[in-house]
Structure formats: C-alpha cells, structure tokens
Design a protein around this ligand. Sequence first.
Ligand SMILES: *Cc1c(COP(=O)(O)O)cnc(C)c1O
Length: 475
Amino acid sequence: MGDFQPDLTEPSTAPVAASKQVSDGLADGQSGVLYRQLRQKPLNIVGARGSYLVTDTGLEILDATCGAAVSCLGHNDARVHEAIQEQLQKVSYCYSLYFTNSAMENLCKFLVDSTGGKMSRAFIVASGTEAVEASLKMAVQYFMELPTPQPQRANFIARKQSYHGNTLGSLSVGHHIGRRALYEKVLAKNVSHVSQCYPYRDMKPDETVESYVGRLAQELEDEFQRVGPDTVCAFVAETMAGATLGCMPALPGYLKAMKEVCQRHGALLILDEVMSGMGRTGTLHAWEQEDVVPDLQTIAKGLGGGYAPIAGLLINQHVVDTLTKGTGVFSHSQTYQGHPVSCAAAYRVQRIIQEDSLLPNVREMGAYLGQLLQEKLGDHPHVGDIRGRGLFWAIEFVKNKETKEPYPPSQGVSWTVHTTGLKPEHAVSLIPGSGCVDGINGDHVCVAPAYNTTRAEIELIVDRVSRVVYDALAQ
Ligand SMILES: *Cc1c(COP(=O)(O)O)cnc(C)c1O
C-alpha cells in the first residue's frame, strides 16, 4: 500500500475509542515501527488471498478498496509471483544511469502502445509522488529547451481539494489543507489553486453542465491572467478526482475546456492518473473517456497492483521531441528508477488485465456497484452523495441532507466509518477521506474493488458497506 492512506494523517479526527479495537491484533510489547498513528497499533496482516486480508487473529477482512486502489488483481496471483521469480533469477537490480533492462523495455513499450503512441515514452519510478515530482520538473525543463526558451514559466496552477502526493513539491500542488497545514511555511509559493469540478456542491441550481463547465474554464482563464499567462508552466489535475474530493469524475467537456485554456496560453496539461488510471475507471487511461490527451501523465497505484512499488511518467511526443532536440538529458535520477523486478511485476499485471479482459468487467461491475450503493444507501439520512465511475466510488456523508451541511471535522466521521468496518462483525476495509468540501470539512469513504470482482462479491461488499454506514452513523 506504500505510504499512501488518504486521510489517516490527522489523529485529532480519529476518535480513540473507535480506533482502540483495531489494536487488538498485535501482542503487547515494544514495537520498532513508527506507526502512522504513533499511539495505536494497527491490525497485523499475516496473509492475503483474492479480495481478503487475513489478520494474525484469523479475521478475514474483505478488502473492498484494494488498499488505496492498488491491488487491482486482488492478492496472491500466482502468475505475478512467477514473473517476479523469473526476473529475480535474471537480474534484480541495475543502475538506470547507464543500463537499461528488458523488463523496463517491455513495460514501457506496453505503456506507450496503450496510448496509441500519443504518449511516446515512459519514465519509471517507485511511487506516485515521485512520478508527480518528475512531471513538474520535466514541465520546467521543457520550457527551458524550446527553440526559444521561456524561463519565466515558473508557476503551476492546480485544483482545490486535490491530492498529488506527499513530498514537499507534490504536496505544494495538492490542496488537502489538513495535510498541508504543518508544512505550509516550507511549501512552494509558485502554485495557486482553482475550484474543483464538484457539481454536488458547486453547480448552481440554474446552471447547465455546459454553463458550469464554462464558469470553471473562465476561472482558470482568470487565474492565468492573474499570475501572468506567459508565466504558467502547467495546469495539474487528477483526471478523476480521487482521495481528497472522493471519486469525482469530470463532467462532460470539462477537461477539454481546461486544456483549451492551457493551449491558449502555451502551458502544459499534466494529468495525474496515479489513482484513477491503469483501468480503475473502466479504460486503461482515464483520459480516454475525456477527449483530451495530456502533455504529461502520471500513473502508479494500479500499475503494479501492489506486487511491487512502481509508478510512471508518460510523456507526450512533442515534449520528448523538445528534450531530444534540446539538451538530450532528463537530469532527474533516482536509484530505484526502472527497477527490473518492479517492472516485471507490473508488466505481468498489465498483461493479465488484457488477457483476462478485465476492463469490460470494471465497467460492468462498476455500473452494478454504483446502482447497488444507490439502492442501499441513497435514502440514508446522512448520505449526501454517491458518485464514481468504473470501480471507483465514494459515499459522501453529511450532517444535514437538505442543506448539505458537513459534520464537524472533530467528529471524525469518515474515520469512524472506517474503524467500524474493521470490527470483526463487519470485516470490510474502506478508505476514509476528509476535506472534500473545502480541504478541511467533509467526510467520505471510497470503495474500489479489484478488477476481477464478481456480481456476488459486489453484492457482498455493498451489503457490508451499508451495514457499516448504518452502524457507524447511529453512534
Ligand atoms: C496516491 C496518489 C499520489 C501519490 O502516490 P504515492 O504512491 O502514494 O506516492 C499522487 N497522486 C494521486 C492522484 C494519488 O491518488
């Protein structure tokens, strides 16, 4: 699951009483681990198969979210194990500064081909955060290496309630206020944020989709004008908003309108598909459903399906051409770049997605998941919105369904739903999220099953999720 767990970083929102019961799994005694919540031991996972995680007390937890939308084939697929084993016997590591390796070659060829060659090269790193960092640096370099360099392009525009990673650079483009707060003083000052596409709260009653999208495009245009249109390096957005806003697909025409603003002013479009990409929303690349092609694209979570840490930056032909004709160097080195074992694992995961025709299943089961969630929870007095696409759905909780008033953050509602799910009587794992309203307020949980899920499993997931929601919100 890497270092990413959406909103568990605010212990103040995690009621201790509710989280205590998740600590029963480990024997007492001093641990050497710095847990994400320093005073609580989380459940200890000792095994996994398919969609289930097994704790050391034998509890089988239905992993309804693939961790953080990662384990897209489920756990323990022997075919991936075999590919990893084979690669280990060939070469486990070589340094990408002066070597390439077949596993990386295979994976990158697959990725480039999967875009129809629109993204003509791939750059492999070890986490989504690193891919985002690489994209920001490449955007800066691109403008320095144009035939007429544009060194003044030093600003980024991103979106509110977005998540792009947790290093200082990626945190600067993201906009989860709770997560930024502690570091605000050291975050980059050359990033500004425009509104998300969030119809549930922000589309006015008298607006059509077209006029709402037009308003958001105008807001981006105004932001370009405010900072100086020729100083903007790139606009950064999740193709489908994930962790912070909670599984919000772009409205029709939205990303196209945003790209038009970028093109008008010569800025790049960076689409962050770390969570929404690699099949999660029903197509391998989420932008395929949006009538846009990005200049730079980040991918990660579903790429390696959790079998190895891996992420990638996909680069549009015209950017590759500019760098090739420019210095011919992308001076961004990381030791574990293009790791052979991670590449072999990801390549096998991706071939399984194709061989087993899992993308049609994501679309079909995703529609079924959305329909069942709506049927079982749509009428709940504290469920404000149910939204998603493919196998990527969120349930947003509200204190008042009429006014859409959120719960106070101090109540830690999404965390309570999450910890309730981990009780033995429910045994289902959900991703808790907060900040969807404004980066601080707002609670949701995400559901993101494996791509090979079945109708029966979707029914089981929705059954457990709805019991958990009724149980947790009655507390
Ligand atoms: C998870 C995520 C990241 C960060 O990826 P890590 O692998 O946790 O570093 C970046 N962008 C988006 C959209 C994400 O969901």
